[in-house]
Design a binder for this molecule. Structure first.
Ligand code: SF4
Length: 446
């Protein structure tokens, strides 16, 4: 074998990104070199997502794109990991012969063993290893961080025990499994020692944290303990289930200075019939009440949500309810997916007459409405002071650097451009907002 270089591509959500970071670090410890250049790698790993059709399509495209390096003789093995492997590995083994090995979720900690097996001998006869998705990382697993300097995701749990009728995640990732608070704390301390200033808590539903543990734990208590880590300056929470945003949790978010006043609460829809069909906990009234409570308690909160258009039974009237709801609530940030019929989910059995074109048009209209709302909100920020975590040099004229303020989560929310010369990447700088567009903000050093 000519070299032990491995290139890892990670698709999908931050939870998947953490898995890729763990695999890359395990491989590095075992003597593999991790390279950013697929053209120099002998082994390419594509860590995939498979929760909706576009994610599956993206994964297949990426696998085929990476397989070109193999065809060109540059790389000798192509390995697919993550949700697509877990869900379809056994089938894909037959349909994508370019792939040497499909590995399920439980194989994440065994990645080095699998690659060494590939290196060592003839092509394996069994090209998929997919078992029960029961892997849960812990603080002893190494990680090769792939996020911007000073930021790291912290996966506090994996799997999901909710049963939203459209969602295949519980089948792919298994039941909710929380890490112990001590273990999460240990990893957060390790990340802090590595210079991380912002930790971003992730799970399929972060508000479910600790409920599955023998000795029940709460997210609020975990947040309090994480806040005691000296050099961690920001703690951000993603994927909070609306009814899980209890008064206690909000009080802690308000009191603990390090916790960003940022709430990502995917509501999926606002119409009660649709919410019931989605098997979501809580109705439109409860969502409204939660938002009102959040805004009363934390007036400077940034609210993000995600929605699904075209769910079976979403009539024009029910869609208009959603549109009106978005106009009324005025979220700061919004993500919209079109409904994807996923086999194995209850909703997949229900008839739907909504065409893909219609779903897309409904999504587009929501996004257009949101663009106006986001622009108007960002304009109101002009003159306000915001701390910005500097992430890199900008190629925009006049703005030397870019970063994110507490209002902005990485990848999903836009960035802040900063006018200034001698800023240090990885540091938090006090800035004054000078302009705001639909997504991005512009600032001067305060
Ligand atoms: S909360 Fe619902 S949508 Fe989110 S991962 Fe769990 S089942 Fe899927």
């Amino acid at each position: 074998m000519k070299n032990r270089k491995v290139h890892v591509v990670s698709l999908g959500c931050p939870k998947n990104q953490v898995d890729a970071e763990v695999m890359a670090a395990i491989l590095q410890k075992r003597g593999f070199d991790i390279t950013r250049e697929p053209g120099t790698a002998n082994i390419i790993i594509v860590n995939t997502c498979a929760f909706i059709l576009p994610a599956k399509e993206e994964a297949i495209d990426e696998i085929l794109r990476m397989s070109r390096w193999k065809k060109a003789g540059m790389c000798s093995h192509l390995v697919v990991t993550g949700c697509l492997s877990q869900r379809y590995g056994k089938t894909l083994e037959k349909t994508i012969p370019e792939v040497d090995l499909f590995l399920g979720i439980a194989e994440i900690p065994n990645i080095a063993h699998h690659l060494e097996r590939l290196e060592g001998g003839p092509r394996l006869s069994r090209r998929s290893v997919v078992g029960k998705p029961d892997f849960l990382m812990n603080a002893n697993h190494p990680r090769l961080l792939s996020t911007a300097p000073s930021t790291a995701y912290l996966k506090i749990a994996d799997g999901c025990s909710n049963r939203c009728s459209y969602c295949v995640i519980p089948t792919i990732r298994g039941k909710a499994r929380s890490r112990s608070p001590e273990d999460v704390l240990q990893e957060a301390q390790d990340l802090a020692k590595r210079g991380v200033k912002e930790i971003i808590l992730t799970a399929q539903d972060t508000t479910a944290y600790g409920k599955d543990l023998e000795e029940k734990q709460s997210l609020g208590h975990l947040l309090k303990r994480l806040s005691t880590i000296k050099t961690i300056q920001w703690i951000r929470l993603l994927y909070t289930y609306p009814v899980g945003l209890t008064g206690d949790l909000l009080e802690i978010m308000k009191k603990e200075e390090k916790i960003c006043h940022y709430i990502d609460m995917p509501i999926q829809h606002s119409d009660d019939t649709i919410l019931r069909a989605m098997n979501r906990r809580g109705d439109s009234r409860q969502i409204r009440e939660t938002i009102a409570r959040v805004r009363t308690l934390i007036p400077d909160v940034t609210l993000r949500t995600s929605l699904i258009t075209g769910f079976p039974g979403e009539t024009k009237i029910r869609y208009n309810h959603l549109l009106d709801f978005i106009r009324e609530i005025r979220f700061d940030h919004l993500g919209v997916f079109t409904y994807s019929r996923e086999e194995g989910t209850p909703a997949a059995r229900w008839p739907s007459r909504i065409s893909e074109k219609e779903k897309q048009e409904r999504k587009n209209l929501l996004m257009e409405e949101q663009a106006v709302i986001s622009y108007e909100i960002n304009q109101t920020l002009i003159g306000s002071r915001q701390d910005v975590l500097i992430e890199g040099k900008s190629d925009r004229p006049d703005y030397g650097f870019y970063g994110r303020c507490r209002r902005q989560a990485p990848e999903i929310d836009g960035i802040t451009y900063i006018r200034g010369e001698n800023l240090t990447i990885g540091k938090i700088a006090a800035c004054t907002i000078t302009d705001g567009m639909e997504y991005d903000l512009f600032a001067d050093m305060a």
